[in-house]
Design a protein around this ligand. Structure first.
Ligand code: KIV
Ligand code: NA
Length: 277
């Protein structure tokens, strides 16, 4: 299939076709997603937790993100891919935000970029949009500011918080973002925001009533073992598959059961000639 564009996302929204979206950080996972018919991929800065072993996303750098985006693009050449702006890449100024957003397109062939925040980040969204780059907003639980939020906590569960989420959603659309991701908020609020906005609204942990879903590959595949958020559905237990396969290999090596005859390259000349060596 051809790589989707923002116009395809609008058409899907209009026709009520839900968008399937997953994170990937490397070549094999990207290739699996494309083979599975995934509508879109996010190279999230969750890579800091899922593949780099940090406790959060704050330490992830622009160079980390670009490098992983390049691998993902090679694995999924025909899939729409969103690059995620890491902490520090857009907090300082509109100019820094544009410069870093540009890198995702020039160096890693991303189709769009995502950044966290609503009202407080509106001028960044406007500046990047004015540079001709498709922006995905991200509000609700914003992991880069988990320190300020007091942890990885659902947002908008009470009226003042819900009001703030609605203001953030409107600010993101007003600033020019072409789509928005809601993370960890009540489905009732998600439905309200989806009704209110014109741009496609996607959810991770924000319930079903919107235009599509995002999930983290490490969570849904059972590869990330540190913790599992409430909103994750585990579709496989890949960690168990890998550990069992490796255990079997360890045993095979110890018991001289691997390699077998079919795994070796036999000599092609006579054995005597080899022995003369
Ligand atoms: O980095 C990421 O994967 C994300 C999702 C958690 C929304 O931003
Ligand atoms: Na992220």
């Amino acid at each position: 299939a051809r790589r989707k564009s923002i116009l395809d996302l609008y058409k899907m929204k209009e026709q009520g076709e839900k968008l399937s979206w997953i994170t990937a950080y490397d070549y094999p996972m990207a290739s699996f997603a494309e083979q599975a018919g995934m509508d879109m991929i996010l190279v999230g800065d969750s890579l800091g937790m899922v593949v780099m072993g940090y406790n959060g996303t704050v330490p992830v750098t622009m160079d980390d993100c670009i490098s992983h985006c390049q691998s993902v693009r090679r694995g999924a050449p025909n899939t729409m891919i969103v690059g995620d702006m890491p902490f520090g890449a857009y907090q300082t100024s509109d100019e820094d935000a544009v410069r870093n957003a540009v890198r995702f397109l020039k160096e890693a062939d991303m189709d769009a970029i995502k950044l966290e925040g609503g009202v407080r980040i509106a001028s960044r969204i406007r500046a990047i949009t004015d540079a001709g780059i498709v922006v995905c907003g991200h509000i609700g639980l914003t992991p880069q500011s988990s320190g300020a939020l007091g942890g990885f906590k659902a947002q908008g569960r009470k009226i003042p918080g819900a009001k703030a989420m609605i203001e953030d959603a409107l600010a993101v659309q007003e600033a020019g973002a072409r789509m928005i991701l809601l993370e960890a908020m009540p489905p009732e609020l998600t439905a309200f925001i989806t009704e209110l906005l014109d741009i496609p609204v996607y959810s991770i942990g924000a319930g079903e009533p919107c235009d599509g879903q995002l999930i983290i590959c490490g969570d849904m595949l059972g590869m990330f073992q540190a913790f599992t958020p409430k909103f994750v559905k585990k579709y496989a237990n890949v960690a168990e598959v890998i550990i069992n396969a490796m255990k079997e290999y360890v045993t095979d090596v110890k018991e001289s059961k691997f390699p077998e005859d079919k795994h070796v390259y036999h000599i092609q000349d006579s054995l005597e000639d080899f022995e003369k060596l």
